[in-house]
Design a binder for this molecule. Structure first.
Ligand code: GLU
Length: 487
């Protein structure tokens, strides 16, 4: 059997991280088995139309490196199938079930449905459509049904779930699932505006698009018995199903927009690296080998195994995500980092730096941050002399005799013709040996004068980056302000 899978998002306006996981697992599965992965936009609910939602989805999927096959409908390189362009097909198949007696007209108003719900609630029953007590073509008979249709009464078309028996299907992750028919609702297939519901359109499309495996989130598990019945009604083969575990927040509750970021674009805006983010998403509910966390896309494809995906909910652990980002940041090439850091520096008002200089900054700081965006603030002293000096640091590291101790060293440094890491290091080392001082004793005063901060990259790297002239200016200005009692 040819493997054909699909990612079938409803265009809500943003790509949920759970949606990205579903898309990614479909993609990994298709690539692993040499199959096809298609994108289908499920926009049957026209009341929830969001401008540019599809473009936004595609842009974020593309960013994540997920590629789809078949782009026939739009003629573009990445154009998806769009359900709203295929309504005639769904109507045709909805009407076919009506003819076969496997679906029926229902004329109930929203007030009548509400009254039914209340009655069922009082009786302690489930919220299923009460077929035998409501106004539909089964209870009303052919003549009355025809009369209502002719008079233009509003109606929906519902599927006629068998009264007895059970629906059985196999889920690759969950094993065999059995649901008694009496628990399955007579789902609406065509709405009163003539539009199909998700259920009808989804099954019709999965059949005609020859989908072999339906891989989707656990929240769709309760809908699957209806879908399986629809396949049987039509006389079509049922695809294999795999329902992926829920995503949970750190309190083990379902990940939701109310409790923080869930949109892929939010994480992008925060500066997570694409490869780190995708690696993290891939491990929500599955670990390829169990002995490590870092996997390339090629490895994920190679190792992907749907049957190894967990049933239990997967925790979206922000600490792990930050850690993952750091791992990738450390390995990021300077060439890739420079344009990103340049943008971050510009955002912080630092422009006109040479790429080579930006590259050096990245190399010195990449292991000290989670995001590239943290670097400009952390390195502000590289772009302008410090205006503030950490008080506690000054109190601890600047003693009464420190000025006298550093002056001759500054004198020596000022004679250097080259101002590199090695030359400043060797000069300081020789000075300390001669004066009988430990090098460590002078490092903090130098750092204080140059940066104002207790933390940063190595001192000699920092001096080389700041440059000789600027270093000497900062030393003398600091000493002058100290002498004047300003600091
Ligand atoms: N349109 C559904 C969604 O938004 C698709 C569910 C499915 O894959 O069948 O998630």
């Amino acid at each position: 059997m040819d493997v054909r899978v699909r990612f079938a998002p409803s265009p809500t306006g943003y790509l949920h991280v759970g949606g990205l996981r579903t898309a990614l697992y479909n993609y990994l599965f298709a690539r692993k088995h040499g199959g096809k992965c298609i994108l289908r936009i499920e926009d049957t609910d026209r009341t929830r139309f969001v401008e540019n939602a599809t473009e936004n989805l595609i842009e974020n999927l593309r960013w994540a490196g997920i590629e789809f096959d078949e782009s026939l409908e739009k003629g573009g390189e990445f154009g998806p199938y769009v359900q709203s362009e295929r309504f005639d097909l769904y109507t045709k198949y909805g009407l076919e079930l009506l003819e076969k007696g496997l679906a029926y007209y229902a004329f109930d108003t929203s007030e009548e449905l509400e009254a039914m719900r209340q009655r069922l609630q009082e009786e302690g029953g489930s919220f299923k459509y009460d077929r035998n007590k409501m106004r539909n073509s089964i209870t009303l008979g052919n003549e009355e049904t025809k009369r209502l249709l002719d008079s233009g009464e509003k109606y929906v078309i519902r599927m006629k779930v068998p009264e007895d028996g059970e629906v059985k299907f196999n889920d690759i992750i969950r094993g065999e699932v059995t649901v008694p028919c009496k628990d399955v609702d007579d789902q609406i297939l065509l709405k009163s505006d003539g539009f199909p519901t998700y259920h009808l359109a989804n099954v019709v499309d999965d059949h005609f698009m020859q989908i072999s495996h339906v891989i989707r989130g656990e929240e769709w598990l309760p809908s699957t018995p209806k879908h399986v019945l629809l396949y049987q009604f039509f006389g079509w083969d049922t695809p294999d199903f795999a329902h992926l575990p829920l995503l949970l927040n750190d309190k083990k509750a379902k990940l939701s927009k109310r409790h923080g970021d869930v949109a892929v674009e939010d994480f992008r805006a925060k500066g997570y690296l694409k490869d780190a983010f995708v690696n993290f998403i891939a491990l929500l509910g599955w670990n390829p080998t169990g002995d490590r966390e870092i996997y390339s896309m090629e490895e994920l494809i190679d190792l992907f195994d749907l049957s190894k995906v967990n049933k239990a909910g997967a925790v979206f652990d922000l600490k792990k995500l930050a850690w993952m980002n750091q791992q990738y940041l450390k390995e990021l090439s300077t060439a890739e980092a420079v344009p990103v850091l340049k943008v971050e520096l510009e955002k912080a008002g630092v422009a006109n730096l040479r790429d080579e200089y930006i590259g050096k900054i990245f190399e010195l700081f990449k292991e000290r941050v989670t995001f590239i965006g943290e670097i400009p603030e952390m390195t502000n002293y590289l772009y302008a002399a410090p205006s503030e000096f950490e008080e506690a640091y000054m109190a601890k590291r600047w003693k009464a005799d420190t000025a006298d101790l550093v002056r001759p060293l500054i004198e020596k440094l000022s004679t250097l013709s080259e101002f590199t890491h090695d030359s400043t290091h060797d000069c300081t080392k020789a000075f300390c040996e001669e004066a009988g001082i430990k090098m460590g004793e002078l490092m903090h005063p130098l750092r204080l004068m140059l940066t104002g901060k207790s933390a940063g990259a190595g001192m000699f790297d920092t001096m080389a980056l700041i440059g000789k002239e600027e270093c000497l200016n900062r030393f003398s200005s600091f000493l002058a302000r100290k002498e004047a009692g300003e600091l």
